[in-house]
Design a binder for this molecule. Structure first.
Ligand code: NAP
Length: 244
C-alpha cells in the first residue's frame, strides 16, 4: 500500500450486497477492508477477491460488540493509518412476516435495533476521528425504502402493505441519524448519505428480489466514491432521490 491510496471499510461484507460492494470499490483501486464477524468466513471471502488481484484485506468486526469495534479501529489505525470510506452495510431482518405490527416480540425489536441502528451509530462514531482526518471522508448508511415514512403512508406505494415494524422503523431511524450526522459534519470534508440498494436477490430475502447483487451494490458504491461536489444528507437509490 502506498500512502496516497484511499482506504475503505465495508461492514457485513462476507456475503450479499456487502461482498459485492467491496469488489466494486476495490475495482477502482481503493484498498478495501472486507469486514465480517466470523474470522474464518471473513478471511475466506476476502481471499476470493484478493486472489482475483483486487486490493482487498479482511478485518474482523462484529458491529454489535463494543470490544470488536475498538479492536477494529486500532487495527485500521496501526496498519493503514487512515480511513476514507465507511459503508455501514451489516443488517438483519428478524420480523416474523406472518405477524401483525403489534405482534412482533420485544426481543425482535431489541435485536434489530442493536444491529441496524445502535451498531451503525457506534461503529461510525468510533471511526469518525479517522474519517474526519481524510481529505474526502465518505460515510454510506445502507438503509431501505422500507424506512420511508412517505412510502408507508401512500396506499399506491409498492411497500404500503409491507409493514414489518422492527426492521422498517430501524431503517427510518438510520435515515434520521444520517440527517443528524450530515448536519454535524456540514462544514467538513465528510459526506454522509443513506441509500436503498433495491429489492436485491440475497439471503436476507431468501433469494427473492427484483435485481441482482451487482446492481444492488451500485447505490452504495456511488455514494462511497462521491467527488468533492457530491451531496450530503441524502437518501437515494441508483442516483434517484427517495422520499424520507
Ligand atoms: P445478507 O445477505 O443477509 O447479508 C447481511 C450481512 O450482514 C452478512 O454478511 C452478515 O454476516 C452481516 N451481519 C449481520 N449481523 C452482523 C454483525 N453483528 N456484525 C457484522 N456483520 C453482521 O443481506 P443483504 O441483502 O446483503 O443486506 C445488506 C444490507 O442491505 C442490510 O443492511 C439490509 O438491511 C440492506 N437492504 C437489503 C435489501 C435487499 O433487498 N436485500 C433491501 C434493502 C436494504 P453473517 O454472515 O456473519 O451473518
Amino acid at each position: 500500500m502506498n500512502d496516497s491510496q484511499k482506504v475503505a471499510l465495508v461492514t457485513g461484507a462476507t456475503r450479499g450486497i456487502g461482498f459485492e460492494t467491496v469488489r466494486q470499490i476495490a475495482e477502482t483501486g481503493v484498498r478495501t477492508l472486507l469486514a465480517g464477524r466470523d474470522e474464518a468466513r471473513t478471511k475466506e471471502a476476502a481471499k476470493k477477491l484478493s486472489d482475483a488481484g483486487l486490493p482487498v484485506d479482511p478485518i474482523v468486526l462484529d458491529v454489535t460488540d463494543a470490544g470488536s469495534i475498538v479492536a477494529a479501529v486500532k487495527h485500521v489505525t496501526d496498519k493503514y493509518g487512515r480511513l476514507d470510506i465507511l459503508v455501514n452495510n451489516a443488517g438483519i431482518l428478524l420480523d416474523a412476516l406472518d405477524k401483525k405490527p403489534s405482534q412482533q416480540s420485544q426481543q425482535v425489536w431489541r435485536d434489530t435495533f442493536d444491529t441496524n441502528l445502535f451498531a451503525v451509530v457506534e461503529v461510525t462514531n468510533a471511526f469518525l476521528p479517522l474519517i474526519k482526518a481524510s481529505p474526502a471522508g465518505r460515510i454510506v448508511n445502507v438503509s431501505s425504502q422500507l424506512g420511508s415514512f412517505a412510502l408507508h403512508l401512500d396506499p399506491k406505494s409498492p411497500i404500503f402493505d409491507f409493514k414489518i415494524p422492527a426492521y422498517n422503523v430501524s431503517k427510518s431511524a438510520v435515515n434520521a441519524w444520517t440527517i443528524h450526522l450530515a448536519y454535524e459534519l456540514r462544514d467538513t470534508n465528510v459526506k454522509v448519505n443513506a441509500i436503498h440498494p433495491g429489492y436485491v436477490k440475497t439471503e436476507m430475502n431468501g433469494g427473492h428480489g427484483e435485481i441482482d447483487v451487482p446492481t444492488g451494490a451500485k447505490s452504495s458504491v456511488e455514494m462511497a466514491l462521491l467527488d468533492a461536489n457530491g451531496p450530503s444528507g441524502t437518501f437515494t437509490y441508483l442516483g434517484k432521490t427517495l422520499p424520507w
